[in-house]
Write a protein that binds this ligand. Sequence first.
Ligand code: GLN
Ligand code: ZN
Length: 762
Amino acid sequence: MQKNNLGYPRIGARRELKKACEQYWSGGIDRNELLSVAEGLRRQNWKVQQEAGIDLVPCNDFSFYDQVLDMSLTLGAIPKRYTPVLTQNKDNTELDLYFAMARGYQKGGLDITAMEMTKWFDTNYHYIVPEFYKDQEFKWFSSKITEEFTEAKKVLDKTPKPVLVGPVSYLLLGKEKEEGFHRIDLLKNLLPVYLEVLNKLKDLGAEWVQLDEPFLSLDLTENEKKAYKEAYTTIAKACKDLNIMVATYFEALGDNTDLAASLPVKALHIDLVRAPQQLDTVLKAIPESLSLSLGVVDGRNIWKNDYRKSLEFIGKATTALGNERVFIAPSSSLLHTPYDLEAETELAPEIKNWLAFARQKLGEISDLYDILNGNKALLEENTKALESRRMSSLIHKQEVKDRVAAISGKDTSRLSGFETRQKLQQTRFGLPLYPTTTIGSFPQTTDIRKLRAALKKGTLSHTEYEAKIEAATIEAIDIQERIGLDVLVHGEFERNDMVEYFGELLEGFVFTKNGWVQSYGSRCVKPPIIFGDASRPEDMTVRWSRFAQEHTDKIVKGMLTGPVTILQWSFVRDDQPRSETTFQIALAIRDEVVALEKAGISMIQIDEPAIREGLPLRKRDWPVYLDWAIKAFRISASGVKDETQIHTHMCYSEFNDIIEHIAAMDADVITIETSRSQMELLEAFSDFKYPNEIGPGVYDIHSPRVPTVEEMVALLEKASALLPAQNIWVNPDCGLKTRKWEETEAALTNMVKAAAKIRESV
Ligand code: GLN
Ligand code: ZN
């Protein structure tokens, strides 16, 4: 039985890679310094894995930015627009070309846009989307893979295992940039480069190579299935003495089980954390020539492994296949977990004892192996830790569970239907047609961020901090009044982050000091850990909303983050269904909504930007998810009177395929991102005859550019052709926290003028 790892985090225990990359980009360090930081990180990672007793230690899982972009560079899938980066500036190296593709390039008269970036399956990691053209040719370009293999070989006692994105998944991850072909048609052109790389690895001494094929556990078309057969038959023929391991994760193989089992490779990796039920079917399906890597240690979450459960899986597999054909592994690459729990010196010991980060997960793989070889003490220790979690009074709050159990139909519906509410609200607010508002945050200037840092450090007292935030809030109110907006916001100056802020105030959440996970490139996030029943011990936002409302005669919209988004951007407990946890949070948000109403706040926005990204990977699972996600939002929004107006906001979403569910949220007003798509997104709402009010974003907040009155009027005219005028709001695409005040004021001033213009035309 071998201990197998699929991939390790690369950012460094103290985010060394992030810092080095950013310094390199800003010219603070040179190429050699950056390369040496990277080499140090790789060496350290390999050593840690070797010391933990891992037999198959991955290499080429390191990346300066993203492993899919690495693959594009390896395969020579480099869009033509980047050619000048090397030809025009002779000092530039392959690394500069690589970063240009990732981040765009503006230097020496060149202005080249970055490649697109999107989410890696249902994780919060983002990859760089390969660009494909008709009849595209591929050619081995970057030799990162072979270099890293040679390097790893020097560090490790056992032969390292190179990890590559497999050919079919690589194509499916990309996007056609012109009409007239499907990217899967490029397989014939692509495969020869894979064969060349694989054979070279073989010559250099590689024994095992891992090809990641996560698409094998997603819905596949017949053509895509055929591509799998073709790709792996070709590889098997051309690379006879190389052991290929095909890795799947994040879902069950499901209806692709027979396909996966029939591929002529040496081993198949399956995710038994996400899909434990698949073990039996997979064991039945695999032929004698195939070994099985069991993903039993959670690569996506931070909980200690349940050894008994894992041993049961391993037992089943060894009974069916024999020890030789079984590998123990994490469910996926450990990229999605933080580095090392040992760095968390301030976590409550009781909670710490329930957790495992990447480094501890390596230990778990080797523990499982040792237990099988007779070390029963390890099993006992694990059982104790798990037992303490099951019983802990830190986790279990009976009143919270009872409240969720008692949720009934009346908790998930407003008192009256939308039409009735709309009339009451129109009378109450007396707003003009096309009312203007913003999405919540105003510029988080360095001064504001410094305040928070000083508060954390202790150099600023709480009272002083609050006074400064109050001053910023008053200023924002004044500015909004001056600009002439109809519905104001308090500006969110007291918030570091829209999830962290609430997590810190809710019970059942903890925060780490150093639990960073790569989100994209050098960007990392530090998700809260939801460990216990969630509840709201006290008001979270009332003080700030009330304060702002006291300083103006205009309406100030309260501002909350919705339950699904809080869930989606956290590490979530695995001891109860995600829906249950979401309902608990929904009740807490509902109480906050009611408290805001009581405090005299008449409009309340509940942001749910993450609803769409929570969609399961397989379409058949969508209805169940949408059902509880929408219900959770409705629970949070339904505690108020008809006259209180509930808003929601969603960004970067495509809505076509879930529009009826968005409508079922029944928010009085939804604000959405549309300006970059020139209102095309709105068509889904108009085709569906979306009944409630909508604020389609009229300008893109991601750019410092100040939009003109005319262009916003034109967008509003487009919107007016699609929707009834009385349902349309005027607002930017998203929050303004990343913008500067100057451009914000100018843009909003123009936006208010645009609203005035369109009003004249009705
Ligand atoms: N209210 C939040 C803000 O304005 C919404 C952010 C978001 O949608 N991601 O910043
Ligand atoms: Zn947004």
